[in-house]
Write a protein that binds this ligand. Sequence first.
Ligand code: TPP
Length: 327
Amino acid sequence: MEKTVKSTLSNKEEMLELLHQMQVIRTFEEQVEKLFQAGEIGGTMHLCIGQEASAVGACSVLERKDKIITTHRGHGHSIAKGMDIGRMMAELLGRATGYCHGKGGSMHIADLDVGHLGANGIVGAGLPIATGAALASKMKDLGYVVVCFFGDGATNEGAFHEALNLASIWDLPVVFICENNQYGMSGSVKEMINIEHIATRATSYGIPGKLIDGNDIIQVMETVQEAVERARRGEGPTLIEAETYRWRGHSRSDARKYRTREEEAFWRKNRDPIALFKNKLIVEEIITEEDFAQLVEQVQKEVNDAVEFARNSPMPSIDSLENDVYA
Ligand SMILES: Cc1ncc(C[n+]2csc(CCOP(=O)(O)OP(=O)(O)O)c2C)c(N)n1
């Protein structure tokens, strides 16, 4: 998406595009899950199913020149910032047409053309990188804002505190978005953090801290838009805590023994970001149930095409083994 989207329900096309993007993320990940189970994808995977609203809402208010940086759970952010699902799928299947020529996998993709500075397997590592990119924007007057996504667990890393402090004292154009999905691997956030809300950590650094419903895409858009505008005016960073829930386990091997099936069912039934937005659009008479059924079908086709592209792509050649390797 090239230009800033206003957070209003009045523009039908823009609202449909947001719903479309959330549905692409969910269908893409459901497909990835199936391919893992079938043994077509190696390594591991971290799915963001249930967290689609924060990715799409935040990226929808950014311009193409703005940057994002993501985590090990980054498929949603990557799709929302405009990356191609065919090339993403090819990367997951280890093909030469993937974003890292099939050698990086899901946790290492980046696409500077759309302002995606990269995924990262090291918890918290995106925070100082985002702050550095924001410093570059300010020093060179490049005019871009950086949005940094990270989990609740990452806010207990030293890198989080260092990044927020520096961004604050230097008034850097960066928006810190903590997707509080309630768990860091098997650790509940309630057991790991002795305060009620992560957003209050902003107080220690003299910056605004906002607690929002991360499953309400309109709330995400409005809050991120305000933070981005503040950053563009040179007034510095904001910490946003978006409350959400990951429906799947931490990664492929997680049996989810640390939480109940009832809790999972509650979030799926009541706090599904796609259903919430779809219902809002139906109430506003922007779409009908039939329109949504059509959208689901169309998105499935888009994802099937991505899988076909990936499957038909070659594996990286032996000759390319030492290319792009830094050590
Ligand atoms: C520095 C570091 N410590 C530990 C790990 C192992 N690890 C990978 S993901 C994860 C949990 C991260 O939780 P959170 O930041 O809340 O993100 P979420 O997985 O919930 O999206 C941990 C501990 C790691 N990759 N890097």
